[in-house]
Ligand binder design. Structure first.
Ligand SMILES: NC(=O)c1ccc[n+]([C@@H]2O[C@H](COP(=O)([O-])OP(=O)(O)OC[C@H]3O[C@@H](n4cnc5c(N)ncnc54)[C@H](OP(=O)(O)O)[C@@H]3O)[C@@H](O)[C@H]2O)c1
Length: 291
């Protein structure tokens, strides 16, 4: 077990990268509180053979992180069951994969709530207890999207870059008091999660360069453990010099767009955005037909 950490909340634990993080923390002997909207999928993760074999206690709490009351209920359920929470992994997140000019004001709000306001509020709810016990660690899962100006991710990237800044200041303010914070800045992830699912769904070919830039979901889980064990401020999860790439993009902000054109990301993401728009139109037509 890391430090005296006994209990962790992991959001976005139902599918994608989340279950990999859950399994890694279970191996460390931590009691786990799993949150996401889909209760059945959470149960499947909680009752998987390797989790049961780890002997840890697991609580599943169906939660929509965009709803403030649901976050209070999640924290209450976790504290009622395990007494206190030492680690929060804010992993739930996602993007509509649509062009920004097609967003409604509600779409903007939902993206910010999912990727920024939800994690901030969960942290706010847990922080007083952690400060009282002089022990705790917040791990936020962000993205390289903003740094590389990844196509059509205006709102998602704004929220994820916001999460990086939030973590940095939170860490500076509370680390001396025993509560630390880390942010994981993910490049593209293969085999599980939203990127891998989108490639399959839209039936997109993957270039050799694209493949070479991807990390397995296990690398994210290992980065979570590393952030807790070694108390890292920021970890870039990407093969090769991810940190260097991030620094380079800050020095030369126009470079990302040129790189996206060159690697074909702009073309690929346009195909994805068009696919999502068609999906949305079909859904609207079906809804109209039912009325
Ligand atoms: N995969 C990548 O290539 C990549 C790259 C950079 C950053 N990231 C970040 O890594 C994290 C995990 O991504 P992923 O690829 O594993 O995504 P994913 O496969 O789409 O899974 C997202 C998880 O978040 C949950 N979730 C979504 N909306 C939610 C809501 N409103 N309330 C509560 N839970 C919600 C989902 O469960 P329910 O649907 O059941 O709620 C699911 O468990 C995200 O923060 C993402 O931004 C991923």
């Amino acid at each position: 077990m890391m430090k005296n950490y006994r209990t962790a909340i992991v959001t976005g634990a139902s599918y994608g990268i989340g279950p990999f993080i859950v399994r890694a923390l279970a191996k460390e002997g931590m009691n786990l509180v799993l949150a996401a909207r889909s209760g059945d999928e959470l149960e499947q993760v909680a009752t998987a053979a390797d989790i049961r074999a780890s002997g840890v206690h697991v609580l599943t709490v169906p939660t929509d992180v965009t709803e403030r009351e649901a976050l209070s209920a999640l924290v209450s359920a976790a504290e009622r069951t395990f007494g206190s929470v030492d680690v929060l992994v804010n992993n739930a997140g996602g993007d509509f994969q649509r062009e920004f000019h097609n967003y409604s004001a509600d779409d903007v709000e939902e993206m910010i709530q999912l990727n920024l306001t939800g994690p901030v509020e969960l942290t706010r709810l847990l922080l007083p207890g952690m400060l009282q016990r002089k022990q705790g660690h917040i791990v936020n899962i962000s993205s390289l999207g903003g740094s590389v100006g990844f196509p059509f991710t205006e709102v998602y990237s704004a929220a994820k870059d916001g999460l990086i800044a939030f973590t940095r200041v939170l860490r500076a303010d509370y680390r001396q008091a025993g509560v630390s914070s880390s942010v994981l800045i993910l490049g593209p992830i293969k085999d599980a999660g939203t990127g891998a699912r989108t490639m399959q769904e839209v039936n997109l070919p993957m270039s050799a360069m694209g493949k070479a830039s991807m990390s397995p979901p296990e690398a994210v889980a290992q980065a979570v453990l590393k952030s807790l064990r070694r108390d890292k401020a920021e970890i870039v999860v990407m093969p090769g010099p991810g940190r260097f790439l991030r620094a380079l993009m800050t020095l030369f902000p126009g470079m990302g767009s040129a790189m996206n054109q060159m690697t074909g990301s702009t073309h690929t993401m346009k195909q994805v955005a068009d696919f999502r728009e068609r999906q949305r139109e079909q859904l609207n037509e079906q809804t109209q037909a039912r009325i």
